[in-house]
Design a protein around this ligand. Structure first.
Ligand SMILES: Cc1cc2nc3c(=O)[nH]c(=O)nc-3n(C[C@H](O)[C@H](O)[C@H](O)COP(=O)(O)OP(=O)(O)OC[C@H]3O[C@@H](n4cnc5c(N)ncnc54)[C@H](O)[C@@H]3O)c2cc1C
Length: 391
């Protein structure tokens, strides 16, 4: 075991850092202005232009298998890249990737949905949450009933990221009510549903800068070939989608917090009160120290979760820990950094308040704090994971 990045990982980290500093951070003022005037943060053309530049650097399909044109750098590398990219709030995503569960599609589905998504020609979203089934995913109500060689979908989904922009949704619906009632997990199926099959979406206004959508399915007819994976086994796909997103939240929190902590250090050395820089006061030094320690702790949790996945091992326990700790750490750091900036921290001249609003979501989606605690404690109490066994 060695606790250093390899030469290759360090080289990639530096390259991404340069890309963020040179291409993304200079766009921050423009992004803030666009958002505050109610326009999209980045125009789609601008995003494409940036993705092209990233591609020229060699960053395309970071996590996509080579057979689909990606560079398949693995989860550890993805974690390192995400931590760097999250040092800015410019909402940049590397091109050439698709949701993990789309790889379960058959050859036809891969041609029709996976490859166009990787190529950036189609946008997807994933819909599990319903008005009465958020944390309690076993309380789903949406149904899919077979009629000839089609399934007829009825019900509502809520808080779906990208639901207003997506060309198709991967949606979870009950296909065997009895089985679902008996088991809670089986009896639901994942369907790929094109927008032009008839589902409607409506933007939900949130305290963040981007809004999810509510989706309505009113007798939407879906051909049977659009079942993703196995009939009645869709719950596992849902868990796999959510599971991946969990440790990614931790990685984002680390990136943001490192940038904010540096802002606090710079500001505290510059800002003078009562004749001295505030950096000379213990009241300012301690939150700086606490933040540095907590960022480091979150970083190791994230790297361990990613590394474990790269080994082909089950990382769910670690992913929950990385998400719970990372999300809460990010919220504590942004709050401390805002406090260190005093009134300036609260203004819209600086991006701290934007991050403050964004970070709050991390404690809610992809499983709330409380749900992560339930998972972690259940694993320990039932003996699925032994104390001290996570490395
Ligand atoms: C911006 C945003 C984007 C999202 N994107 C997606 C998406 O793309 N796809 C998708 O399917 N979903 C998405 N979600 C939904 C998200 O995953 C849910 O909001 C989340 O799981 C919580 O569910 P809920 O809002 O129904 O809260 P509830 O489940 O109603 O929970 C309310 C409160 O009770 C607590 N609680 C619930 N049960 C227990 C318990 N047993 N013990 C202790 N406390 C408990 C919760 O932790 C929470 O604090 C998104 C949500 C938001 C806000």
């Amino acid at each position: 075991m060695h606790l250093r990045l390899s030469e290759e990982q360090e080289m990639i980290q530096k390259t991404i850092r340069r890309f963020v500093e040179k291409e993304l951070i200079p766009l921050e003022n423009e992004v803030l202005k666009n958002e505050r005037e109610g326009r999209p943060s980045l125009e789609p053309e601008k995003m494409k232009e940036l993705q092209k530049k990233a591609k020229d650097f060699g960053f395309w399909g970071i996590n996509t298998p080579e057979e689909y044109g990606g560079s398949n750098l693995g989860q550890m590398m993805l974690a390192i890249v995400l931590m760097e990219v999250s040092k800015t709030f410019v909402p940049f995503t590397f091109g050439g990737s698709a949701d993990n569960i789309l790889y379960y599609g058959n050859e036809e589905q891969k041609k029709k949905y996976l490859i166009p998504t990787i190529n950036g020609e189609k946008k997807s979203c994933f819909a599990m949450t319903e008005p009465e089934a958020g944390s309690d995913t076993q309380n789903l109500k949406m149904t899919a009933v077979k009629d000839g060689n089609e399934w007829v979908l009825n019900g509502e989904k809520t808080f779906i990221t990208g639901g207003n922009e997506a060309d198709f949704v991967m949606v979870i619906a009950i296909t065997d009510k009895e089985l679902h009632q008996q088991t809670g997990r089986s009896g639901v199926t994942c369907f790929i549903v094109d927008r032009d099959m008839g589902w409607k979406s409506e933007y939900i206004d949130t305290m963040g800068e981007w809004g999810p959508a509510g989706l309505v399915f009113d007798n939407v007819r879906v051909p049977e070939e659009n079942v993703l994976g196995e009939i009645n086994r869709g719950y596992n796909l849902g868990l796999e989608w959510i599971g991946f997103a969990r440790w990614v939240v931790g990685a984002r929190a680390v990136g943001m917090s490192e940038r904010l902590l540096q802002m606090a250090i710079d500001y505290s050395k510059d800002r003078k009160t009562f004749g001295k820089p505030i950096a000379e006061r213990q009241a300012i030094q301690w939150p700086i120290a606490d933040s540095a320690v907590e960022i480091e702790a979150a970083k190791w949790l994230v790297l361990n979760a990613a590394f474990t996945l790269d080994q082909g091992e089950d990382n769910r326990h670690l992913a929950s820990m990385a998400k719970l700790y990372g999300a809460n750490m990010g919220n504590r750091v942004v709050d401390r950094v805002l406090q260190i900036h005093g009134g300036m921290g609260y203004t819209r001249e600086l991006p701290i308040e934007r991050w403050y609003r964004e970070a709050r979501l991390w404690r809610i989606y992809d499983g709330t704090d409380e749900i992560q605690r339930m998972i972690i404690s259940r694993n320990l109490l039932k003996g699925h994971v032994k104390v001290g066994q996570s490395v």
